[in-house]
Design a protein around this ligand. Structure first.
Ligand code: XUL
Ligand code: CO
Length: 444
């Protein structure tokens, strides 16, 4: 089957506003609307994930594919299939009006019989992508190498006990980094799919971390060698598929970057559902990254409160996204990063149009959240409360403690001499929660 793959959608999806009941229109995502002096589309830099939307038939560990995906029909020459898939992808991207996409090397090109053949396939498909990108104006938010699917990576890529596997992964990343640069990618992502362990009985974590540190240095060195000016991003995830992943969460990755002297070279791609799996919320992970100066980009999706695996739903919670965006805007906003919908349909959403509904919902959610976050920031709604809450630290005692001018002995003297008895002050949490809810409801 050939184009059009999405015949029900003729024109690009338009913004129709809150009064619209057209399910194939945006109600919040108004791409050129100025928010704090910057266009909405430049704040959000929305991106479609090639793997979930074009490469996945709906199979899961219990059952076969369910989705209507004519470009993935079996029995076709793999390169022909890759070309059909790319035609479908760019038709969708253009009709949706998303400015970016993201891919793994193996999403856009098949694995060949040898390394050389895989590499040749990838370069051919990158040529093809370059043509589509030029014709449609769609950009590449990031590329990444799939270092977890093939059986060679069962025991990890960079952290594999076999240096030949490390070398293979390095060779694959070298190719993927090159084509990401060629396609003008704004970032290059490293997700350590199997960089962790199944059991400590056969694992030397110290050695594996050293290998991972070395691998990242090779990536950074190559980035500079070829003049790739995008950011290198690590995507934390605590587990799945491995029992334990070294890139557990923002704090673990920050410690890793410090230990291996990679701060300043590598930033983070924070995924909402990965935060949930790590026992945090998105707000926490974003705040941790912003405060450490290592926020790069966002994989926008949603987990499930009761399911302990990576369900990758499309983002639905305006409140959750607003709180994350409030931290992001407070930190100066995204630069190279964006909101990549690393999200998939439910397996029963078999119709091709469901891809539009899902992305429209996701883009409307982050657009609404952007307006909420920008307004709260403009009004200083939370800033003022925070400033007052810590105001004591601006005084003589606070300054003296922070500058190192007070010892434990001094503080003992200070407290006992004035018989001090500090009193609790309300944290006002419920009032603040109501305040956020009011912004979510009232912003237009
Ligand atoms: C897996 C995941 C990946 C990365 C890219 O949980 O999030 O799709 O985003 O490899
Ligand atoms: Co992801």
């Amino acid at each position: 089957m050939s184009a059009p793959f999405f015949p029900d959608v003729g024109e690009p999806i338009a913004f129709e506003g809150l009064e619209s009941d057209n399910p194939l229109a945006f109600r919040w995502y108004d791409r050129d609307r100025l928010v704090g002096g910057r266009r909405m589309r430049d704040h959000l830099r929305c991106s479609v994930a090639y793997w979930h939307s074009f490469n996945w038939t709906g199979f899961d560990v219990f059952g076969a594919g369910t989705l209507d995906r004519p470009w993935l029909r079996p029995g076709v020459d793999p390169m022909e299939q890759a070309r059909g898939k790319m035609a479908a992808a760019f038709e969708f991207l253009e009709k949706l009006g998303a400015p970016f996409f993201c891919f793994h090397d193996r999403d856009i090109a098949p694995e060949g019989a040898t390394f050389q053949e895989s590499s040749a396939f990838l370069h051919q498909m990158a040529d093809e992508a370059a043509g589509y990108m030029e014709r449609t104006g769609v950009g590449l938010l990031w590329g990444t190498a799939n270092l977890f699917f093939h059986p060679r990576y069962a025991a990890g890529a960079a952290t594999n006990p076999d240096p030949d596997v490390f070398a293979y992964a390095a060779a694959q990343v070298r190719d993927c980094l090159e084509i990401t640069r060629r396609l003008g990618g704004a970032n290059y992502v490293v997700w350590g799919g199997r960089e962790g362990y199944e059991t400590l009985l056969n694992t030397d974590p110290r050695r594996e971390l050293d290998q991972l540190g070395r691998f990242l240095h090779l990536v950074v060195e190559h980035k500079h060698r070829i003049g790739f000016d995008g950011a290198i991003l690590i995507e934390p995830k605590p587990f799945e598929p491995t029992k334990h992943q070294y890139d557990f969460d923002v704090a673990a990755v920050h410690a890793f970057l410090q230990r291996y002297d990679l701060v300043g070279e590598v930033k983070l791609n924070i995924e909402v559902n990965h935060a949930t799996l790590a026992g945090h919320d998105f707000h926490h992970e974003v705040a941790a990254a912003v405060s450490a100066g290592i926020l790069g980009s966002v994989d926008a999706n949603a987990g499930d409160d009761r399911l302990g695996w990576d369900v990758d739903r499309f983002p639905l919670s305006v409140e959750q996204m607003s709180l994350g965006l409030h931290e992001i805007l407070g930190g100066g906003g995204l630069t190279t990063g964006g909101f990549n919908f690393d999200a998939k349909l439910r397996r029963q959403s078999v119709h091709r149009n469901d891809l539009f509904h899902a992305h429209i919902g996701g883009m409307d959610t982050v657009a609404h959240a952007l307006l909420v976050a920008a307004k709260m920031l403009e009004d200083g709604a939370l800033e003022q409360v925070r400033r007052e809450r810590y105001s004591g630290w601006a005084g003589e005692l606070g300054q003296a403690i922070l500058s190192g001018d007070r010892s434990l002995e001094d503080l003992h003297g200070y407290v006992s001499s004035r018989n001090a008895s500090p009193q609790p002050v309300s944290g006002g949490q419920e009032a603040l929660e109501n305040l956020v809810a009011r912004y979510v409801d009232q912003v237009r």
